[in-house]
Design a protein around this ligand. Structure first.
Ligand code: SAH
Length: 258
């Protein structure tokens, strides 16, 4: 299945063992570990027996950005909603969509470190954020148990789904996380060039835009169009009106960000 469990900076090997075991139990096989405190395949398979097929193929990535670059759908997880401007979902409601999106491209589900969870910056990279319902007085689950509950919902949703999901052929696949990040950089550059942010906080404006685009499914072509809007706006402002003559020819190659 095209679903990767991504652990961001896990601090405890025992938890990685617990995660791997939960994945094996629920039929998930792809693991990426980002900047772990330690990662020792031999000790992990000592904790979680018969999981070599997961641990030996696990990817260790230096940054979250690298881990997510090829993902076309990124789901974060959080013990509690922190800022209002996000797409929060329950695992049971989101599981069918996660499975559908795994047909189209690579889905990443991101879990945070044991002591701090995911930073706002990390959550900004997620199209939607899963919150597992809990007692309000103890919202924070153990990392491996959080993975187990999400994987369990995916397992149930997979069993309930018809064997062959209807898939409309798209002309272009969904945009990858790396393409979307470039699109957001271009939009921010365009908005800054027309002084749109003024008293607004760029970070909050961009978060709302990320939330909106996170709810839709931009394909690669659509992401490029939005990106061109951002860069063309900036280019036009930087060139001044006089130099901007022939704009009927469609978007030009955008300048690199900067
Ligand atoms: N002290 C941290 C908790 C980190 S728990 C905080 O309050 O944010 C480690 C990770 O387990 C979290 O980053 C998240 O990925 C997952 N997790 C824990 N409880 C969860 C919950 N109720 N819903 C969704 N994910 C949860």
């Amino acid at each position: 299945m095209n679903i990767t469990i991504v652990l961001h900076q896990p601090q405890d090997l025992v938890n990685i063992g617990g995660v791997v075991r939960a994945m094996a139990n629920m039929g998930l096989e792809r693991l990426t570990v980002v900047d772990p405190a330690e990662f020792d395949p031999w000790r992990i398979t000592g904790i979680a027996h018969r999981t070599e097929h997961i641990v030996e193929d696990a990817r260790v990535a230096p940054t979250l950005e690298e881990a997510l670059a090829n993902a076309t759908y990124v789901v974060g997880t959080s013990a509690r909603p922190r800022t209002a401007q996000r797409n929060y979902r329950r695992p049971r409601d989101l599981a069918p969509r996660i499975l559908r999106r795994a047909h189209d491209g690579e889905v990443a589900i991101v879990f945070g470190r044991e002591d701090r969870g995911l930073s706002n910056e990390a959550l900004d990279r997620c199209h939607e954020v899963l919150v597992i319902p809990t007692s309000p007085s103890h919202a924070s689950l153990n990392l491996a148990q959080a993975v187990l509950l999400v994987a369990y919902e995916l397992f149930l949703a997979g069993a309930a789904a018809p064997a062959e999901l209807p898939t409309g052929k798209r002309s272009l696949g969904p945009a990858t996380a790396a393409e979307l990040e470039e699109t957001y950089r271009a939009l921010a550059a365009g908005l800054a060039s027309i002084d749109f942010f003024k008293a607004r906080k760029p970070e909050s404006v961009m978060r709302v835009l990320r939330t909106i685009f996170g709810r839709t499914t931009l394909d690669a072509h659509e992401a490029r169009l939005v990106r061109a809007i951002g860069y063309e706006t900036r280019n036009r402002v930087e060139r001044g009106d006089a130099a901007a003559t022939d704009d009927t020819a469609g978007p030009r190659e955008p300048l690199p960000p900067g």
